[in-house]
Every structure is written in C-alpha cells, then in structure tokens.
Design a protein around this ligand. Sequence first.
Ligand SMILES: Nc1ncnc2c1ncn2[C@@H]1O[C@H](COP(=O)(O)OP(=O)(O)OP(=O)(O)O)[C@@H](O)[C@H]1O
Length: 229
Amino acid sequence: MINIQRLSFKWHSQQTIPTLTIPSLVIEHGEHVFLHGPSGSGKSTLLSLLAGINKPNSGTLSVLDINLAQLSHRKRDAFRSDHIGYIFQNFNLLPYLSPLENVMLGCQFSKPRQQNALQQSDTLALEAQRLLGALGLSSEHHHRSVADLSIGQQQRVAAARAFIGSPELIIADEPTSALDAANRTAFIELLFAQANLVGSTLVFVSHDENLQALFNRSISLVDIMEQVI
Ligand SMILES: Nc1ncnc2c1ncn2[C@@H]1O[C@H](COP(=O)(O)OP(=O)(O)OP(=O)(O)O)[C@@H](O)[C@H]1O
C-alpha cells in the first residue's frame, strides 16, 4: 500500500538538516498503523507527504504503486481525492454546511468515490446518513449546523467524510486529542470497524501511547528516521 525508499524532505531549501530522512518504510494493505513520536519530530509532515500535499525532495514515496514524488501538483490532488480519506486534527469541517453536506463533500471531487458510495446506497445523501449512523451520530444531528455539534460529534462527521466512497487509505492526524480515554477507545474501535468493512489501510497519528495496544502495528518515527549529523 505504502512504500517509501530513501526519502528526504526539507520545508525550505536553505535547511541544513532535512525535516525527514526515512531510509525505508513499507505499510501493507489493510494494516492499522499507530504512528508516534515527540512533538516536532515530523509526524504531520510525513502525513502531508503520504497524502500528496507536499512532495519529497528525493527518494520514492509510492501509495498504491504510484510514485507520488513523480506526479504534478494537480495529479497528486486528483490521486488524494480518489484514494485517500483524511481526518484532520481540527476536523476542517465547513461550518455553513450541515453534517450531511460535509460528509458528501468527501466524494464531491472524485467520480470513483461517488461510484463506490452509490454501490452502498441509492443516493450520496443516503450513504452519508448511513456512515454518520455507523460512526455514532444519530439522525437528529444530521441536518443541524456543524457549529452546534460537540467535539466528539464533529469528529464523527470528519470520520464519515473520510470514509465516504471507501478510499483505500485513511489518514488520521491526532483526531482524538480532545476526547476522554473511554471515548477515544470507542471512537478508534468504530474507525477500525469501518476500515475493516472495506479493507482500508489506516495510518493514525497520536501522542497518546496508551492507544498503541489497539493497533496491529506501531511505528516510532524517531526509530525509522536515519540520523543525519
Ligand atoms: N508548513 C511548514 N513550514 C515550515 N516548517 C514546518 C511546517 N510545518 C512543520 N514545519 C516544521 O517541521 C518540523 C516537524 O513538524 P511536524 O508538525 O511535522 O511535527 P509533529 O511531529 O507532527 O509535531 P506535533 O506532534 O507537535 O504536531 C518542525 O520543526 C516544524 O517547525
């Protein structure tokens, strides 16, 4: 699913030490990976490369056998829309849209994801409703303003938006940091159930090492990085 070889990334060309230097990292289809590391170690930077938002300066970074390092900006955007669901730390929901409309946005720019969604339900709205229900947001909240939802409820909307149209890779950047321990575990179990239903690979970043026992693989960013002196 993900294959990184000899990757190096700098935010600025003047940087002497790259932010990321990863000799090798392979993640298989369907794995649930817990990615951890100290603040500032580069976790969000790595996610931005996996999602094709940024591009490595050297090395290869393949997702689904496509080397994102060789694609143009526009092709990386299209690749992300078709194959990747991203749950942001602050959720990035559009406050003037309802939860249902926010979820449908997840497949608005991707024909393949719309087609996948329409294989599950008769319309995109019904599929958005189904996912919100599966992720624990009851129907009385589906048409309210997103701004009136609790953090935990917004998180469920963000997750449903990532899952609509069954993307092969789900990336989650600290999506549980605002929740208490019991709600964190319950939410992660819902994520796993949804990912398993369609065989999505899950890469989940968190500071909270108590969560790592829930995952089938744990990766320490510090351990996989090459030390550059
Ligand atoms: N947009 C950016 N422009 C320039 N430098 C950046 C940018 N984003 C991150 N960095 C730098 O890259 C390094 C890694 O940051 P990153 O946010 O990836 O770490 P992190 O492990 O996700 O941290 P945290 O756990 O605190 O979120 C930091 O030194 C940071 O200052």
